[in-house]
Design a protein around this ligand. Structure first.
Ligand code: ADP
Ligand code: ZN
Length: 439
């Protein structure tokens, strides 16, 4: 990589010496405990473990005295038991998209919003994007944080923002073409869907001037990223976040495109074994646990994200000193147990997306066949393959099945579908349908 390709939004904040960053984390952690003590939820909890003041935290290690905060805790604290400031200081609230149950709420002061915007600016600029970009934001605006989160950062950077929001695929294409959009923000599944619909809507990939995409909000494999990059001849950068930790902008890939820098002045991170809850060393995959270090209205201490990743503590060629996290493998509760074998949907996705004939959408279904679990993988394939040649379709099915057998040690039933025939989702894609009777 050419060093002139590296740009920073705030070089000082992005490249501090580690000792300085850790000192700053300790300071901020003390402040966060003070703030947390102002919420009814944490006051009860922290007093129980003998923490009555921020100064009771002598070292970052002391964080381990505090119990984990879970999604259920957040639901229990709904709607206002985790609010640390008077409501008139709150300028906005967001809720999670509720993928896994009742939503959770996070309140923000103006300072919280400004700090969040700064973090998101860092991530966007780390990909090489700048004020010269025309940015089309295809994430939904509203309670979901994806739209507004990137919107404010893009404006602050000075990009030309097209707040197209999600859906209305034909209009997205027209906007991209007419305004020569260079950067987009969308879920990976939606970008793949746009590609599947191009021909039908009368567009070609050459009509666009895309240079980069920020893709996030759902788990996706490296093979999917590569597919997206090839289909639109652009670079795709992984962007990670969740409403509990503001939204997008928690961690972002830099131009090196190898794991995501997580802004450690704003979040303290740990990776734990989801079963034993013990901390895991760098490089080992476990559940990401985060503590907010800057938030005023809704501080969260040791929040169990449910997301599986590992910490990459090695230095990055871009010079940023904030450590990186690996591509999210999925949520801990995404794991499927098929006839006793543990499999993550992302592992299946990674395999099928390397098959060139496989199109842009897929589904994984699990049914009961007598005593056994039956896994079916439904994938769309490109229309030119549906030319009536049954033999080549049968061969393709066998090829996909063999690849899954070799790499994941399962042999599902493979169903091939025409492009555009499997359901699409404007927000997060739903890929797994477990039809087994609940015990
Ligand atoms: P919900 O938990 O209801 O879906 P959010 O909208 O806050 O609410 O979604 C956050 C979740 O989305 C994360 O916890 C994670 O599971 C997933 N996610 C976000 N970005 C990524 C990404 N880049 N890769 C994988 N998963 C992601
Ligand atoms: Zn980097």
């Amino acid at each position: 990589m050419n060093p002139t390709d590296i740009t920073y939004w705030n070089r000082e904040a992005e490249t501090p010496p580690r000792e300085q960053l850790e000192r700053q984390q300790l300071e901020s952690l003390r402040q966060t405990v003070e703030t947390a003590l102002k919420t009814p939820f944490y006051r009860r909890r922290l007093e129980k473990c003998g923490l009555a003041d921020g100064s009771d935290i002598a070292a970052l290690e002391d964080l381990k005295r505090i119990p984990f905060t879970t999604k259920d805790d957040l639901r229990e604290a709904y709607p206002d038991q985790l609010l640390a400031v008077p409501l008139d200081e709150v300028v906005r609230l967001h809720t999670s998209s509720g993928t896994t149950g009742t939503p959770t709420v996070i309140y923000h002061t103006q300072q919280d919003i400004d700090a969040w915007t700064e973090l998101t600016c860092r991530g966007v600029v780390a990909t090489g994007a700048s004020h010269r970009d025309v940015f089309q934001n295809m994430m939904s605006y509203g309670l979901f944080t994806g739209g507004l989160g990137l919107h404010y950062a893009a404006e602050k950077i000075g990009m030309t923002v097209i707040p197209s929001a999600s859906g209305n695929t034909r209009r997205q294409m027209k906007l991209m073409k007419d305004f020569r959009t260079t950067a987009i923000h969308a879920t990976p599944s939606y970008i793949l869907h746009i590609h599947a619909k191009l021909e039908e809507e009368g567009f070609r990939p050459e009509d666009f001037h895309l240079q980069r995409a920020f893709i996030g909000a759902e788990a996706h494999s490296e093979s999917t990223r590569q597919k997206i990059e090839e289909l639109f001849n652009m670079r795709a950068f992984n962007s990670y976040g969740m409403s509990e930790m503001n939204g997008p902008g928690v961690a972002f890939e830099c131009v090196c495109q190898e794991d995501m820098h997580l802004w450690e002045d704003a979040y303290h991170m740990e990776v734990i074994d989801p079963e034993s809850r013990h901390s895991l060393p760098d490089g080992e995959i476990g559940e990401l646990v985060m503590t907010t270090l800057q938030r005023g209205a809704t501080p969260l201490l040791r929040y169990r994200t449910g997301d599986l990743t590992s910490i990459n503590g090695s230095p990055c060629a871009c010079g940023r000193t904030h450590r990186r996290i690996a591509r999210i493998k999925g949520r801990a509760d995404d794991m499927m147990i098929i006839n006793g074998v543990n499999i993550y949907p992302s592992t299946i996705e990674a395999v099928i997306m390397t098959v060139p004939e496989v199109g842009t959408n897929y589904q994984i279904c699990i049914d009961k066949d007598g005593a056994l679990d039956q896994l079916t993988v439904k994938t769309e394939i490109y229309s030119k393959l549906f030319n009536g040649d049954i033999r080549s379709l049968e061969q393709l099915k066998r090829r996909i099945q063999n690849r899954l057998k070799t790499e994941v040690v399962i042999s599902p039933v493979i169903e091939l579908h025409e492009p555009g025939s499997l359901p699409v989702y404007e927000g997060k894609a739903v890929r797994v349908f477990d039809n087994r009777p609940k015990e």
